[in-house]
Design a protein around this ligand. Sequence first.
Ligand code: PLP
Length: 443
Amino acid sequence: TPDSSPDTQPVAASAALMERALAVTPGGVNSPVRAFRAVGGTPRFIASAAGPWLRDVDGNRYVDLVGSWGPMILGHTHPDVLAAVQGAAAHGFSFGTPSANEVALAEEIVARVEPVEQVRLVSSGTEATMSAVRLARGFTGRSAVVKFAGCYHGHVDALLAHAGSGIATFGLPDSAGVPASAAAETIVLPYNDVEALEAAFAEHGERIACLITEASPGNMGVVPPAPGFTDALRRVTREHGALLISDEVMTGFRCSASGWYGLEGPYEGGAPDLFTFGKVMGGGFPAAAFGGRADILAHLAPLGPVYQAGTLSGNPVATAAGLATLRGCTPEVYERLERTARTIADAASAALTEHDVPHTVQWAGSMFSIFFQPGPPKPVRDYDDAREQDLPAFAAFFHAMLAAGVHLPPSAFESWFVSAAHDEEAIEAVLAALPGAARAASD
Ligand code: PLP
């Protein structure tokens, strides 16, 4: 059981660190959602993590349902990943030359995701999507990009229009500092709306280099594509000579061994042209990738005219962590993730129903989110639907869970992430916390 009771959970050490952080770092954090702005209160500064547990600097223990926002699919400090990281680090931290692990990680990705013939490794999901868009523009000789409202592809200038994630939480439609010229080439459409898609391509098709979509969106909460929607994306982009980029940074190697593509593909009209990956494939270290058709990848330097590079790309320690993580993602791991996720989501839904809190649960593999929708349950199909949530109810739920030793994502617009290390003890701790949190949400 968690070793601090809900009533006595001290957070003085976290609060003191936040005070210091605020003096030297904007908002006290290095990524906005960590600041707890959407839910209020003191972010917990984590000192260590093992398996499904986080321990903060005050000594409180939490069941972790954030999983570093996706990467920690095997749980924290998994022995095989730790050994791989320690082994790699002992041989050097960064070479700035090719190294064997880069080849092995690329081979592992190519073997798992059938349409991906080649990949280029980078250090973050943002770099992956930014580079994929540049490549699509270089390959097609066109400049416009289509994205969906509520889809987050990292903080790439051209892709920060109507993004989800932290942006949705803050209600900012766009970011300051993005020149109008960068956003002017971005067409933002509502998700799951084939008519809007066809209309946009009918009007601008000749200018459109690519359409980028989250394979199954998780940054406005989990909003899977309606049946046939991804097929429509493939059909329409192909009709107009535009590339289709499937952003699997969140879903890749999480929804299945080959990501969302493994669950929904192959598609009627063919596979997406390019894919982006991150999170799980780095095992908690900075490793990400973009890849796809070899004839398109051949446009990248040093073969072709599209420039892309990175001092730490393919870093030997990060690639060792990613390889060990992917190799640990066995079929049993995916079965276990789904079982654990079902148990937790069913119990959460039952507790909320018991306390008359209206909500809708949505799924993508083992990724799920609970939308605190007012009114009768109805599917959340796009960003406008997702924004109808009762945010104060979510904040009350979040804080009651936290006080009871369960760390949820501190925003109503996120997926909950389970790991293969969530054992009976961790699951029981979550189930025990839910009734009180549902009561708090109903107040
Ligand atoms: N694409 C998707 C679908 C994501 O969920 C994220 C991050 O949450 C990114 C891209 C950006 O990745 P990173 O935060 O590693 O830059």
